[in-house]
Structure formats: C-alpha cells, structure tokens
Design a protein around this ligand. Structure first.
Ligand code: F6R
Length: 611
C-alpha cells in the first residue's frame, strides 16, 4: 500500500525522506516521488516508476535538497503505474500533496474543478484533492484552513500530507481511515505512514485520531479534531529499534522472518504464561469478566490472518467447547449477521490497518456483540485502539509481504485465547497446565523444524518448473494447507489450491496426474488413517506425493511418494504452528529458483488499507 514520509528541519531532509521511503518499501508500491522546497523557496518535484533506488538515482542526476519536503511510494488504484500518476501531485501556486487511500467522490469533484478551469495531468483521485486545496486557499487565504475545508468534502479514506510554497514553515496533515504518525524530533518534526520509516531520526511519536487535521512546524505540532477543537494527542515512545527493519545477514526479509519465529513465538508468550497458568489480564483489565460471559466466538480476518482464525475454530470448539465461526472480513462486513447472545468478536491482523477487518470491527461494535478482541502485531494500529480487549503478537516488524512470523505468533496468541476460554468453560488447573506447557514447547519445536531447511531447499528443485500444486490437510491442518497454498502462489506465482483431503474425490481428483505435485501435512492425529486413504487415491492416479509426516505415522518414501520426517512429539495443540514452517520454506526456495521478487511480490501490498 502507498507510503508517506515528510520532514521539516534545519538540515537537508532529502536523505531522511529517501531512507523513510526505503523503509516503507515492504508495503508494496509501483512508483515513488518527492517534492522539496529548495533554498530559493521553490517546489522541486521528482517522480520515477519502479523502485525507490530509481528515485535516488534521479536525485543524484538532478541534485535536489531542502529543509521541508514530502515523499511517497504509490500503489496504483486510480490510473496505471506511471510517472504522471505518481505522487506528489501539485496544483497552482506551488501546492504539493501526497495521499494514501481512495477518494470515492473524486469524479464529481473533478467535474466541478474542470468547470472552474483546472486542468488535470493525471488519472488519480489525489490530483483532485490538490486542486480542491488550491481552490479553497484562494478564498480562505491559509493552507491549513484550505485543507480543513477540502477534507470536509471528501468521501472515502485518506491520509494526506500537504506543503505549499507560501508556507515554507509547515506541513499540513489529515487522517480519515488511513494511518499517519508524526515523528517528534529536536527542533525538527517528521511525518510517515508508520513508525518504522522514522526510526533512524526519532523514537517519539504522536498518533493522529480519525478526523484529525494537524499542522507541524519545526518546534510545534498543532492538532484539531474532527469537530475543529484543539486536541491534545500524547507523545509516545516506540520500543522498536532502528535496525528491526534491516535484513542483517539474510538475503531476504522473508527468510530472516522465517528464522525469527522461535524467538517471536517465545516473546509472544513471555509474561503471559507463568507457573503453568495463563495470565488472562494480558488481554486487558476486563478480560476475566468477558471470557466468563462468552458463550460463542466470531472471528473475522483476511488472508493469512484468516487462516490463523480458521485453525483457532478447531481449538475453540474442541478444547473450550464453545461454538465458533470464522469469516473473511470483506464478506462479513456486507452481511447482516445474526449475533447470538454473548458472542465475543475477534479480529486478527498483522498490520491492524486492513480496511475490511477494521470496517468489520466498526460494524460489529454496532451489532450487539459481547465485546471485541484484537489479536494484532502493531500496538499503535487502529484495530488495537478501537478494540476493547487486545493481545499483541510480539513478532516485531514483518517486512516481507508474505506473512510468516506474524502467522505463527497469531496462532500462539489464539492458543492463549483458547486456554483463557477453556478455563472459564470447564478446564481445570491440570488441563490448563497441560495446555500452557504445549504452548511453551512450540518455539523449540519450530527451531527443530527449521533444521529441515537444506532438505526442503533440495525438494524445491522438483517444484520450481511446475505450473500447479495441490495442498492437502484434514481437520485443523486444512487451514495450514490453505496457508501453504497461499504462500506458494503469492511469492512463486505457481498456481496452488488447498483442499480438505476428504473432499478430493468430489472433484479435484480429476486434476491429479504426474505433473501435479500434491503436498500434504500429516501430523500424528486421529485423522491420520483417513488421510492415508486419501493419499492412496492420489497415488492410484499417478499423483506425485510430498508428505510432511510425523515420525510415528508409519509412512515411508516409495515410488512417487516422498516423506519428509518432522520432529517427534508434536501434539494436536502445536501441530498448526510447527507444520506451517516447512511450507513457508518450500515457497521461499521455489520463489528463489524462479527468480521472483520474494519480499515484494508483484501486485501485492503489505498493509491493505483500501477496501
Ligand atoms: C499473505 C498475507 C496477507 C495478509 C492479509 C491481511 O502472506 O500477508 O494475506 O494476511 O492481507 O493482513 P493483516 O494481517 O495485516 O490484516
């Protein structure tokens, strides 16, 4: 998704803007641009298609510096990726803006502006905002007031940063539906879509609320809320370190993040489980009372986070014996769901800014749910701020677009939710101790599974030239098969589908031949024998089988069947997290062999802040 960076300082801010954009690259983008007020007070704009590196090269060719500026990475929504559609967009009299989000009424605003004599140089909704600001500024005389008048007319979602040649001492910001933070410096201030962009220059941040319009100067930040009243927004210190978003010795963020999983899962459990108990206050002060009253659970999420929810459904039903429904947010939000009494509404999200998940939460808050719980990786995110209960996954920044450590830490957090619910619905202290112990063992089991990397790297050579793949699992391993298929398609562009293995003979078996690898996750559980029969059906049609299996499964490699032996003693409550690891590694190595852009796969964005 698009990224914003801005700065006002007594030094040249161009390197800060470029470094900020580089740190936002993980969000996904197709073009980049910068607009800076130079020493003679004129706006200088440079835009390029492709990577931030291209913009950096353009700046070397056309030296650009200044003490006030804004920059952007664009992920195309209105209009193709091109230089003329890239941000910043400018209007008359040296007004420049960068924008994240989508303006739904841009067409009618554009028509009106055309009749007022404005000409457009792009197909974007953003250019409309630039001209609207100019239009209002002519009447109101001041850029801050002009931005406020403009945002009052906008329908949709936006985070905006605006500069103007005649106000060389400030940047104007506005937020509705898209995140934006102010970085507080010493006699200098900054702005960005998320904190990671600004960590090299500050650790202090102000998070704007929905509807806020703000004005930042070198020494001062002024915020007005949606009603136009002066608002005090706290300055918060971020615990993230500047190098949290660096690759270190790894060739890709994705590989680094796969290998960070033992630590990330352990951190997610830290201080929350102790002495064989789950400390449910970790979910928030009201947690105990809410979990006691919970009679059902509705989970809503997107993509990989949805898969974590789909696993949790099995655990919540089997272990806590509560009914649980799971749905993708983009569908849920357009239904008119019937909400059973005392249902807890749970959202799961790495970013906490996914537009559909956020909209579903807002709708749920009006729909009579008992309470809302967010399982999220970003403490300052909208989802966290708007949920009553929160359990943060402590995965650290996840930069690779393909979610890995965020997923296994979500599974861990959901495991804690299961224990909390089970405690209030029949599980005694011994049962609790047993479940907590299973959670504590997960990091060690993941560590052991990571030792399979060389084997999986070899295996990937047999997949790299395939066009399709099938992933199979049963029970709680069905969502893990779905996650494996999603990982493979999103980074290697191999078409992959996942099925509950018992469903194969109802259609997809027709696809199976020697050219269709069939990847299966087979922990030692009560569905193993059923799964083996399903695999016989594949083998009988000449399908090539790759099975990640428990050492006690009794399965052995044979003609057309490759067994990859997983660690011993992986229990039902641990299997989802542990068996997702080899599937992540397989996708990664297939993608490497196919030469794709592993960390930033085509067409995808890390934080999906549009509907
Ligand atoms: C896939 C992936 C996406 C996200 C989805 C939801 O690897 O990362 O499917 O899981 O876009 O994003 P969050 O979790 O930020 O709500």
């Amino acid at each position: 998704m698009c990224g914003i960076v801005g700065a006002i300082a007594d030094r040249n801010i161009v390197p800060i803007l470029i470094e900020g954009l580089r740190r936002l690259e993980y969000r996904g983008y197709d073009s980049a641009g910068v607009a800076v007020l130079n020493s003679s007070g004129h706006l200088r704009r440079l835009r390029t298609v492709g990577k931030v590196k291209m913009l950096q090269d353009a700046i070397v060719e056309t030296p650009t510096d200044g003490q006030l500026g804004i920059a952007h990475t664009r992920w195309a929504t209105h209009g193709v990726p091109s230089e003329r559609n890239a941000h910043p967009h400018i209007s008359r009299d040296g007004i420049a803006i960068v924008h994240n989000g989508i303006i739904e009424n841009h067409e009618e605003l554009r028509e009106e502006l055309t009749s007022l004599g404005y000409t457009f140089t792009s197909e974007t909704d953003t250019e409309v905002i630039a001209h609207r600001i100019h239009h209002h500024k002519q009447k109101l005389g001041d850029i801050f007031r002009a931005v406020r008048a403009t945002v009052a007319e906008l329908e949709g979602a936006y985070a905006l940063a605006v500069v103007s040649e005649d106000s060389p001492d400030r940047i104007i910001l506005a937020r509705a539906g898209c995140p934006v933070v102010i970085g507080v410096g010493n006699n200098e201030n900054f702005v960005a879509s998320d904190v990671s962009a600004l960590l090299p220059v500050t650790r202090k941040f102000i998070f704007l609320d929905e509807g806020d319009v703000a004005e930042i100067r070198r020494q001062d930040v002024r915020v007005l809320d949606a009603e136009g009243n002066t608002a005090h927004r706290e300055v918060r210190e971020s615990a993230l370190s500047a190098d949290a978003a660096e690759k270190g010795d790894y060739p890709h963020f994705m590989l680094k993040e796969i290998f960070e999983q033992p630590r990330a899962v352990a951190q997610t459990l830290e201080e929350r489980v102790a002495g064989g108990k789950l400390l449910e206050a970790a979910f928030g002060p009201l947690a105990t009372e809410i979990f006691r009253r919970t009679e059902a659970v509705q989970i809503v999420a997107c993509g990989t986070s949805y898969h974590a929810g789909a696993v949790a459904k099995y655990y919540i039903e089997q272990i806590a014996r509560l009914p649980c429904w799971v749905e993708i947010a983009s569908e849920y939000r357009y239904r008119n769901p019937v909400v059973p009494k005392n249902t807890l509404f749970v959202t799961i999200s790495q970013s906490g800014e996914t537009a559909d998940t956020l909209a579903a939460l807002r709708m749920a808050k009006q729909s009579g749910y008992l309470s809302s719980l967010s399982i999220c990786n970003v403490p300052e995110s909208s989802l966290v701020r708007e949920s009553e209960l929160v359990l943060l996954t402590r995965a650290g920044p996840e930069i690779g677009v393909a979610s890995t450590k965020a997923f296994t830490t979500q599974l861990t957090a959901l495991g804690m939710l299961v224990v909390a619910l089970a405690k209030h619905h029949g599980a005694d202290a011994e049962r609790e101790r047993g479940l907590v112990q299973r959670l504590i063992e997960i990091p060690g089991l993941i560590e052991k599974t990571l030792h399979l990397e060389p084997t999986i790297k070899e295996l990937a050579k047999r997949f790299a030239d395939k066009h399709h793949a099938l992933f199979l699992g049963r029970g709680q391993m069905h969502p893990i098969a779905m996650e494996g298929a999603l990982k493979l398609k999103e980074i290697s562009y191999i078409h992959a589908e996942a099925y509950a293995a018992g469903e194969l003979k109802h259609g997809p078996l027709a696809l199976v031949d020697a050219d269709m690898p069939v990847i299966t996750v087979a922990p030692n559980n009560d569905l193993l024998e059923k799964l083996k029969s399903n695999l016989q059906e594949v083998r009988a049609r000449g399908g090539e089988l790759y099975v990640f299996a428990d050492p006690d499964s009794g399965m052995q490699s044979s003609d057309g069947v490759t067994i990859i032996t997983m660690p011993k003693h992986v229990s039902h409550f641990q299997a989802a997290a542990v068996y997702s690891i080899p599937l992540q590694l397989l996708s990664y190595h297939c993608a490497i062999l196919r030469g794709t852009d592993v960390d930033q796969p085509r067409n995808l964005a890390k934080s999906v802040t549009v509907e």
